[in-house]
Ligand binder design. Structure first.
Ligand code: PM9
Length: 463
């Protein structure tokens, strides 16, 4: 008989078949490695990293079903059967009739920006994402952030901080005119806000608004299943709907979408663009042969497309997505025991440490999040990433740093890779850096590349 007072825990819906050894290093080794890497966690050698929470992008563990599919790769130059299987699953789960594969998400962003944007256009969106905004800017548009204000406040516990503020959107449309809006770019969950979802109610209102003003609505569906899970958990009327039903319902409001398959789909490489607009599809299908490869492989091997197709089937399984979100929540709850300032509510793919509050003796120009990420690595070999002033880059008009309100370190969980014990080690490391926070000095740039400077920038410790 079930006992009423005993908690029912979640557990990983898999057992481990293959393991990859990881190396514990000394503090002295890590200090040297951090210096050689210019205090940029992107420039560390992976073999110097103990627990890698840099990103959930392409770092996931594929299932035996996906690996078995890799052996069924049809490596024909044209018309691979894996392409047709993948296309079928894109239609079935995202509900989009047209589909073009790409080698990863930013290739799809590049194409859609080139197709939809004219020089001088505007792209409103629910907070910027680094690669997305860069492609919009390179195509001649200005990105305008129309996310709700709550998203910029790490302490605000709004359940749908990824929502678009319709007043902000309307203000922009009135100011520049609907014909100057290339499209509304809506991501869910919102990566830079802390993995925060939008609600179906908000999406429906944005859809009504864009329809009324004849503005296109496009979806960055890279982590759409996480958004669907949050809708199921938090939004009235969705408790009994399945993840595939919610995903389909979300997608029906959009003209099209792009995906970095390296996230939700649990593969190591891949992406795509999908749409219900035949004209956009035809342009993308033509453009892909210039930048990626034939439209039936788009820069991917047949086996990669097979793993993606199978990944779609697994990403919508309830137990799979629940484990993912609950693992992030577990990490947040453990960190909260040490009173570590973080973005709340906990997001879909990562815990975001509030570096502004943790290193509150540093100014934003002393790069608190870059500093904190490097100090955590030096402490334990846990690798996270900066998501603050460095990631935000420079304003193309003024050339000055963009200074976002959120100055965060992201500790991101690859899917099906780490256990609760790895999380406990990470938590203890963050707690010990937090204890010594007052002794930590900031960083300054010594090399700054022109595009996406967070990837390759180099830094020195301030005296
Ligand atoms: N996201 C991430 O770690 C990898 C590159 S940036 C450090 O979060 C969204 C919402 C993403 C994303 C990549 C891309 C680009 C588009 N949209 O990396 O080109 O989170 O496959 O996708 C990363 P690709």
């Amino acid at each position: 008989m079930a006992k009423k007072n005993i908690k029912k825990s979640w557990a990983e819906p898999f057992k481990i078949k293959v393991v990859e050894p990881i190396k514990v290093t000394t503090r002295e080794h890590r200090e040297k490695a951090a210096k050689v890497a210019g205090y940029n966690t992107f420039l560390l050698k992976s073999e110097d990293v103990y627990i890698d929470l840099l990103t959930d992008s392409g770092t996931n563990a594929m299932s035996d079903y996906q690996w078995a599919g890799m052996m069924l790769g049809d490596e024909a130059y044209a018309g691979s059967k894996n392409f047709y299987y993948l296309w079928n699953n894109v239609k079935k789960y995202y509900g989009m009739p047209y589909f073009v594969p790409t080698h990863q998400g930013r290739a799809a962003e590049h194409m859609i920006s080139k197709i939809l944007i004219k020089k001088g256009d505007y792209v409103p969106g629910n907070m910027y994402f680094t690669t997305t905004r860069l492609h919009q800017e390179l195509a001649g548009a200005t990105f305008v952030d129309v996310i709700i204000d709550e998203a910029h406040n790490p302490n605000d516990e709004h359940p749908f901080k990824g929502n678009i503020d319709l007043k902000k959107l309307d203000k922009l449309v009135k100011k520049v005119g609907a014909d100057k809006i290339a499209y509304v770019s809506m991501a869910g969950p919102v990566n830079m806000a802390g993995g925060q979802p939008f609600s179906m109610d908000n999406l429906e209102k944005v859809y009504e608004y864009t329809k009324k003003h004849k503005i296109k609505l496009w979806f960055d569906a890279t982590r759409a299943c996480e958004n669907a899970f949050f809708i199921k958990e938090r939004e009235k009327g969705y408790k009994d709907k399945t993840i595939p039903q919610i995903l389909k319902e979300m997608c029906k409001y959009f003209d099209g979408l792009w995906v970095s398959a390296k996230k939700d789909l649990m593969v190591n490489i891949g992406g795509f663009l999908a749409t219900r607009n035949k004209k956009v599809y035809e342009e993308a299908r033509n453009m892909v042969v210039v930048y990626e490869g034939l439209h039936t492989y788009g820069g991917l091997a047949g086996r990669d497309m097979e793993a993606m197709a199978r990944g779609i089937e697994e990403m919508v399984e309830y137990e799979n997505i629940r484990m993912r979100i609950k693992q992030v929540e577990y990490a947040g709850e453990q960190l909260a025991k040490y009173k570590i300032p973080m973005v709340k509510p906990f997001g879909g793919h990562a815990i975001f440490l509030d570096a502004k509050r943790i290193l509150n003796h540093l100014s934003q120009d002393e790069l608190p999040a870059q500093t904190l990420a490097s100090e955590i690595f030096i402490d334990s070999g846990v690798r996270g990433m900066e998501r603050g002033i460095v990631s935000a880059g420079r304003d193309p008009e003024t050339g000055d740093h963009r200074r976002p309100k959120l100055e965060l370190v992201r500790l991101t969980f690859p899917r099906r890779v780490y256990t609760q014990s790895h999380i406990d080690v990470m938590v203890e490391s963050v707690a010990s850096v937090y204890e010594d926070r007052k002794s930590i000095k900031g960083l300054k740039f010594v090399y700054e590349p022109k595009y996406l400077r967070f990837f390759q920038g180099r830094f020195e410790k301030l005296k």
